[in-house]
Design a binder for this molecule. Structure first.
Ligand code: BGC
Length: 657
């Protein structure tokens, strides 16, 4: 598992891989043998996931581990021998039988044994050489399919995460980029990642109760459109290779075994500080996403654009991206510079977003949850917390695992992590082996925190008071507020909003808009958090918001400007960013940008605005999170387009809407 430098050079339009497609091998189970259960849209809905009893026993042995040891985690089929069971441990059938015995009806598997595995790192190198595609197909995928297609398991839904890191590595680490390795170049050239993923999708996808999710890295790897779009296209190629079709793909998994935060609550990608976008901060390094949830949703739409089915869903591995504990910032960073603002506010405390091995300071993230947000099938624990990412020093082994210095806390880094320290914990065992000290730290730094104090009794602990309450915009009749999330041992259920000490509403997010106000009036607000057990926090600090005058500035045209910039152009397509600035003296509640293309440009996919096109005319309405702009503030949105002929930049206009 590792990260790769952003790839700013686009190589679309050329084939990303040059292998020959294999002919289709029929799935090992005859269709007639299979139960006819139709696939559902989201396999997690209504399902009871299997608790891996081996992981559960390891977790329960740790002090306090019993509080999470009944969480469902993925079973990693990380070598051929894992199908039967390694060293007397459970094999695939044992897990499926145990699931039935538990009364579970969803089993989660990681398919992880590609030829030349983990080509850009060493810690999870595997048993199959780069050219061992036949062994992968015959000795690994086919036997897995034999087990899964047994009618005895037809009533279990099987969710698979297909081959972590493999296709992302081909996008950023195979040729022409700073992070490129010879091993990844080889896998691009021989086609075996694409062929192997295609074969896994086709063969497992033949089994009606299997739901395949293709691994898609994380936002700190593919979060630049110049990486994301080629990834979506490469995944589509794999999903139409070796007999696979897009119907074999239920969706994508992000953040597998990584530490990227699910939400960065203290800044958004459209924030600016002193006229500079947060995208310019060292931490984001021009990334188009700040966190995994927004990345997963952006990836989903890019994948649909690339040809995947519109019903696909995303999984987010939240096993180790909690970042709680005392180092978690309580609110936004200072607005002295973009770096101070982002570094002071970010909850992901890694030294560099490219660090990936046993990260010091991390915590358990959201507990597994079904359909938690639009387009997301589930938050899942793919990486079983407490299992190492790699050894901190060379250890002899018979698993094919190498020593990667990104797991050595004394390593001072390389081009792929900005030459920063590795941030890894000391004294770690081989990848996949139990790492007690890491588990204990993950538990201590969990966010949301893990229920304290024994459990069983009624919860009497109130959440922490919300912090960082601010007015994000006003109109003549409304005031919009935003604040930083509270923490609580049983989880925060929502917020109560008070105007002048009187409750005026509730919110399940960290924003609220108070309406029906009088013009030119000052209102004072506070917010309290309430937890799932009904305890209410102390009030936040107060903020005063003054509504604007009736019919005053801000309503007419000329309140904002829009600047259009082509970021990349590869001859038949392009990406562009439009930056909207509030040029008026009053807050702008929302904005509408319009332009007319001179040529035949077509917007194919947009982010951070709702973009519609009719002929050459395009309109872009702000998204919910970036409509409100204080005087002088900017927001941006982006899109991908296709064209033939000229790609002359149009001149957009902006109006308050
Ligand atoms: C290792 C696998 C292990 C998995 C889950 C990977 O990094 O290479 O052997 O099964 O993590 O812990």
């Amino acid at each position: 598992m590792h990260w790769k430098r952003p790839w700013h050079v686009l190589a679309l339009g050329t084939a990303l891989f040059a292998g020959a497609a294999l002919t289709v091998a029929p799935g090992p189970a005859a269709a007639a043998e299979r139960a006819a259960a139709a696939r559902v849209d989201n396999p997690y809905v209504g399902a009871t996931p299997y608790v891996n009893s081996e992981w559960s026993a390891n977790a329960a042995r740790e002090p306090g581990g019993g509080a999470v040891s009944d969480e469902p985690t993925y079973v990693w089929l990380d070598r051929i021998a894992a199908i039967e069971g390694v060293n007397g441990g459970m094999g695939l059938r044992d897990h499926l039988d145990a699931a039935k015995a538990q009364g579970a009806d969803l089993v989660q598997l990681v398919v992880y044994d590609l030829p030349g595995r983990d080509c850009a790192a060493l810690a999870s190198n595997g048993e199959l050489g780069p050219d061992d595609l036949a062994a992968y197909e015959n000795d690994y995928i086919d036997p897995i399919a034999d087990v899964l297609s047994d009618p005895a398991y037809a009533n279990l839904r099987i969710a698979t995460v297909i081959e972590p890191d493999s296709l992302p590595n081909l996008v950023t680490n195979a040729s022409g980029q700073a992070g490129a390795t010879d091993a990844c170049a080889k896998m691009l050239q021989n086609g075996n990642y694409v062929n192997g993923v295609g074969y896994a999708l086709a063969t497992l996808g033949d089994i009606p109760n299997v739901y395949n999710y293709i691994d898609a890295g994380h936002h700190g790897w593919l979060g630049w459109d110049t990486n994301l779009v080629p990834f979506a296209q490469l995944a589509h190629k794999a999903a139409t290779t070796s007999g696979a079709t897009v119907a074999d793909v239920a969706g994508f998994a992000v953040n597998t075994a990584n530490y990227s935060a699910l939400h960065e609550p203290n800044f958004t990608i459209s924030d600016t500080v002193a006229g500079s976008s947060v995208r310019q901060s060292k931490w984001l390094d021009w990334n188009q996403y700040t966190d995994e949830q927004s990345f997963a949703q952006g990836l989903r739409s890019a994948a649909v654009t690339a040809g995947f089915e519109s019903g696909i869903g995303m999984l987010v591995d939240t096993s180790r991206n909690g970042w709680g504990g005392s180092a978690r910032p309580a609110g936004p960073g200072p607005t002295t510079s973009v770096d101070a603002y982002v570094d002071g506010g970010r909850v992901d405390r890694r030294i560099h977003a490219g660090n990936w091995c046993n990260q010091s300071g991390a915590g358990l993230g959201e507990r597994p949850a079904t359909a938690p947000a639009a387009g997301i099938d589930a938050y899942v624990w793919v990486k079983p917390p407490g299992e190492s990412d790699g050894a901190s020093q060379a250890i002899d082994n018979d698993e094919g695992k190498g020593f990667d210095r990104m797991c050595d806390p004394t390593y001072t880094g390389n081009g792929r992590n900005g030459n920063s320290p590795s941030g890894a914990l000391a004294d770690s065992p081989l990848a996949g082996h139990w790492f007690s000290a890491q588990f204990r730290q993950l538990l201590a730094n969990a966010y949301p925190p893990v229920g304290g104090g024994g459990g069983g009794g009624a919860d009497t602990q109130a959440p922490t008071a919300p912090t960082g309450l601010r007015a994000t915009g006003t109109t003549a009749s409304s005031a919009s507020l935003s604040w930083s999330a509270s923490s609580d041992n049983v989880g925060v259920a929502g917020y109560l909003v008070y105007r002048g000490g009187v409750q005026v509403g509730t919110s399940t997010t960290t924003t609220f808009t108070d309406t029906g106000l009088s013009a030119s009036t000052a209102y004072t607000y506070t917010v309290r958090a309430r937890d799932a057990a009904g305890n209410t926090s102390a009030a936040s600090g107060a903020v005063t918001a003054t509504t604007s005058s009736q019919g005053g500035g801000g309503g007419g045209s000329g309140a904002c400007t829009a600047a259009y910039h082509v970021d990349n152009d590869w001859g038949s397509g392009f990406t562009a960013t439009v930056t909207v600035t509030n040029t008026s003296a009053t807050a702008l509640p929302s904005w509408l940008v319009k332009w007319a293309f001179a040529g035949n440009q077509k917007v194919t996919n947009a982010w951070n605005a709702t973009v519609a096109q009719s002929g050459q005319a395009v309109t872009a309405q702000n998204a919910a999170h970036n409509g409100s702009l204080s005087p002088g503030a900017s927001a941006s949105f982006g899109f991908q387009g296709s064209y033939g002929g000229s790609n002359a930049a149009p001149t957009p206009t902006c109006t308050a809407s």
